[in-house]
Design a protein around this ligand. Structure first.
Ligand code: ADP
Length: 496
């Protein structure tokens, strides 16, 4: 199949979260399976500085942005030794900025315009580059207009006509919601601005547009696919999702084990595997303790946390948890995150109070993220909600036992330790059901107690997690069948 993807970020060009990991890796894995894959992303400043050679395709055109003619230039590079073509939509006024979506003052005010432009350029560029397309796979709200273009304004484009569209939701909370007058930027007819397609409580909603128009909608875990169809987790779009019926699927993201595996991780002082994990993790623990200024102690439980400092990731609970435990529980905490200043200040204060127990790094550091994954005994991920989550998957491979809130992708990937799962040999971590401080605290204490007193059980947990395969291959195979189904759906709708 010819698969064309469109996304706002992808490694190694630009990353703010898991979306980039998925969009930079999935096309490669599909290509390895024999599909012809290409990817469109904006030509951000940092994407152009990625070090990969950029070729000018000489495809240029002008997009009318409500009376403002904006020129687009399509650049090209490749990833995976030429396996996947990457096209970058270049317009310096929109994309030559230090950040992707906003700065200290908040989101960029022209984000709607920037990503309407990007989406319109993707469909224009496909036609002008004469790219064959069987599947156009759109990620998140920034590409949400593309499934609509495919069925409306650009329906008769020659290179596009035989495609089916797939819309993947990486996080339903981010919808691209703008005031209705931005409808002009989309260049779509006002007839589509209705409650079933593009309109959302009087506003324009770009993710809803993608959900309404795509042949198939996917999200990044089966549990999250169920949850988002309920009012509790639907962020107002549960009704729009429910009407899509069986056209919704959940596929857990994969891990790129070329990058995230303690057997070959270039960031570790000591590589290790399932047979020598104790020796390897001990060395990595000492290295991390030195690196972040914690006392070098082998036997103190070390709990790692990595993630955006956003309410979604459970920092509201982590803060009071640490306030309660930091004086009484002999545990070291290493925290890496950036984002909301409110959480940053609270965490820094805890580190100041107990520098022997809490180390906080308020930055985005890939090498440090690897070191924390390897050095920690446990990884805490108490997300309020979690579409998929990657860090718990990395933790499993690194022998770092995850402690998670039972939500979304965390339900699908971490098996709570109890008598039944222990005797069935399926346990890989600890989870708690209710999102409240008492449940979290009980779960953390249960994990620390098991670590300290039941080394045999701990070894079982570690080995089970390390042996699991969450590689992209399984996810890529699942996407292949979604693509086939999308084409069947397009055929049923009479378009193919
Ligand atoms: P989300 O996409 O919601 O932020 P995921 O768990 O799906 O969460 O993916 C987050 C990715 O970003 C992981 O690869 C994680 O290691 C990485 N990450 C998040 N914050 C940081 C940070 N401060 N430093 C380094 N890596 C980070």
């Amino acid at each position: 199949m010819h698969v064309v993807m469109a996304a706002a970020e992808a490694i190694p060009f630009a990353k703010t979260g898991g979306l980039a990991d998925v969009c930079g890796t999935l096309p490669l894995k599909l290509a390895e399976q024999g599909h012809a894959c290409s990817l469109f992303i904006p030509a951000y400043k940092r994407a152009l500085a990625s070090g990969l050679p950029m070729i000018d395709t000489h495809v240029t055109f002008v997009v009318d942005m409500v009376g403002k003619p904006m020129a687009a230039r399509i650049l090209k590079t490749t990833i995976g030794n030429g396996l996947v073509d990457v096209y970058l939509v270049d317009q310096p006024l929109y994309f030559d900025r230090d950040q992707l979506y906003g700065d200290d003052r908040g989101d960029f005010r022209d984000n709607c315009e920037r990503f309407c432009f990007f989406s319109r350029c993707v469909v224009e560029a496909i036609e002008r580059l004469r790219l064959p397309v069987d599947i156009i796979h759109c990620h998140d709200w920034q590409a949400g207009l593309i499934p609509a273009y495919h069925k409306t304004n650009f329906r008769d484009f020659q290179w596009y006509r035989n495609a089916a569209s797939v819309m993947t939701i990486h996080n339903l909370a981010y919808q691209g919601r703008y005031w209705q007058h931005d409808m002009g930027l989309t260049a779509l007819e006002w007839q589509y601005f209705n409650w079933q397609q593009m309109e959302f409580f009087g506003d324009l909603n770009l993710l809803k547009t993608g959900i309404a128009f795509a042949d198939i909608v996917t999200t990044v875990s089966p549990s999250y696919a169920m949850e988002i169809r309920t009012p509790a987790h639907g962020c107002g779009l549960d009704g729009s999702l429910r009407v899509r019926g069986n056209r919704i699927a959940g596929i857990v993201n994969g891990v790129d084990y070329d990058v995230w595996d303690p057997r070959n991780d270039i960031h570790l002082v000591q590589k290790y595997n399932i047979d020598n994990w104790q020796i390897g993790k001990r060395q990595c623990k000492r290295d991390l303790q030195r690196h972040v200024g914690l006392p070098e102690r082998d036997h103190v439980p070390l709990i790692g946390l990595i993630g955006r400092l956003a309410g979604q990731k459970g920092w509201d609970l982590v803060k009071p948890l640490l306030e309660q435990l930091v004086e009484t529980l002999d545990v070291q905490w290493v925290i890496l995150g950036n984002g909301d200043q409110r959480f940053a200040d609270a965490l820094s204060e805890l580190a100041r109070r107990r520098p022997d127990r809490v180390a906080v790094r308020l930055e985005f550091s890939d090498p440090l993220a690897h070191k924390i994954e390897a050095a920690s005994d446990m990884f805490l991920m108490p997300s309020l909600y979690e579409p998929c989550g990657l860090n718990q998957l990395y933790s499993l491979r690194y022998g770092t036992v995850p402690i998670v809130h039972a939500t979304g992708g965390l339900i699908d990937t971490v098996c709570n330790l109890n008598d039944a799962s222990l005797s069935a040999g399926t346990a890989t971590g600890f989870s708690f059901q209710n999102y409240d401080l008492d449940s979290l605290k009980e779960c953390v204490l249960r994990a620390v107690d098991t670590y300290s007193r039941e080394s045999q059980v701990w070894d079982t947990l570690v080995r089970k997690g390390m042996a699991q395969d969450w590689s992209w291959l399984n996810s890529a195979i699942a996407y292949e069948s979604v693509y086939r189904r999308a084409r069947e759906m397009a055929a049923i709708d009479g378009r193919l």
